[in-house]
Design a binder for this molecule. Structure first.
Ligand SMILES: [Zn+2]
Length: 368
């Protein structure tokens, strides 16, 4: 490309036009360079086009919305006696760093935002965001999807957990607020406490301003977006949090010894967590008074009650649960998901979004 200094807006217009000509108008590289020269006076080389296309996709000017599988959805619903209308199986291979489940999850959340907005047209929709890689990807996709909506309702954003391992601040819910354009954010509330606290002190901590102010608005939240953590995956953020706030492998490559808090959870049959709240294959786990826990706006009982309000006509609420393989080792999380589908006490979700490999593994593990 001939060296011409473009403003940020001119660069964006160029990226979009190149994508449009390549994808929508299906022009070949020589035709695109000719058109850009005529329209914008820029002399592009053919080799410049591909980096521009990649940059345009990265900036969200072209969104990938994967297909969903009706047959897998029906089979999972039948096998586990679930409502198929509440299940979304993403019919695409989900490799590391792929955001297919997140893109579908964002579409599900966007349709709920529009639906709930009909009940309160002039008020913002309150969105509660949890921690983690999957919710980060969903928030990013939702922010992009809402940019394209001309009459999208305004959002009130809430961080519903305090934090995450301190060396992975990008996975704290507060960090996801910046994915939403300022003009659609009516208000935003963080939850400021330490990410892990003593259970014995928890009731006192809840009275502190950083917690109490966020908690006072809890019942306004219309939609919670969450994922789950797998007790058998060493990359689980909840495990990392209890291992000393670090999201890193130990330098020796060996696993660290479990902390007293993790040993306590294991004794109780810990299988997974939602919003850093642990559960076994039988039901909710309550930490011992001498142990530690993450401060959160919602206990699992609260999420279950919220999920059951999905059909409430006056104040419908929703909990959107996305499940995908681990973003670091690709381990499926079926073992952690199954209790949330089988145990009534753990029905903490009203919409489930899963990748196809997890759906097939669910069918395999329940095929008896
Ligand atoms: Zn992993």
């Amino acid at each position: 490309m001939k060296r011409t200094r473009l403003s940020a807006e001119q660069k964006e217009a160029l990226l979009f036009r190149v994508l449009e000509l390549y994808v929508n108008k299906r022009l070949a590289a020589p035709e695109i360079t000719k058109k850009i020269a005529g329209e914008l006076g820029l002399e592009l080389q053919r080799t410049n086009l591909y980096p521009l296309l990649r940059e345009g996709v990265r900036r969200g000017f072209l969104r990938f919305t994967p297909p969903t599988s009706d047959s897998l959805r029906e089979r999972v619903a039948e096998k586990l006696e679930l409502n198929p209308a509440r299940i979304h199986v993403v019919n695409a291979r989900q490799d590391k760093d792929d955001e297919h489940v997140a893109a579908t999850g964002a579409e599900v959340v966007l349709s709920l935002i529009k639906k709930f907005s009909l009940c309160k047209p002039r008020e913002p929709i309150h969105l509660g965001l949890g921690p983690g890689r999957a919710t980060r990807a969903l928030a990013r996709n939702l922010g992009l999807a809402m940019r394209a909506e001309l009459h999208a309702p305004k959002l009130a954003l809430h961080a519903i957990t305090a934090g995450c391992p301190s060396r992975s601040p990008m996975y704290a819910p507060l960090a996801f607020f910046s994915f939403f354009e300022p003009d659609i954010v009516a208000e935003a509330d963080a939850l400021f406490t330490e990410p892990v606290v003593s259970c014995a002190e928890y009731e006192t901590i809840k009275q502190r301003p950083g917690f109490a102010k966020a908690f006072a608005k809890r019942d306004k939240i219309d939609i919670v977006v969450t994922s789950l953590g797998d007790a058998d995956d060493r990359h689980d953020l909840f495990r990392n949090l209890h291992e000393g706030y670090e999201d890193t492998d130990p330098p020796t490559g060996k696993r660290k010894a479990d902390s007293a808090a993790l040993q306590d959870l294991k004794r109780q049959g810990w299988r997974g967590n939602v919003q850093f709240r642990p559960y076994s294959k039988e039901g909710i786990i309550h930490e011992a008074p001498h142990s530690f826990r993450a401060p959160t706006l919602f206990e699992l009982e609260d999420l279950r009650n919220m999920a059951s309000a999905a059909i409430d006509q006056k104040h419908p609420r929703a909990v959107v649960l996305t499940v995908q393989p681990c973003g670091r080792c690709s381990k499926l999380r079926t073992g952690a998901l199954l209790p949330l589908l089988r145990v009534p006490e753990l029905r903490v979700w009203s919409e489930l979004v899963v990748d196809a490999a997890t759906a097939r593994d669910l069918l395999r593990q329940t095929a008896v």
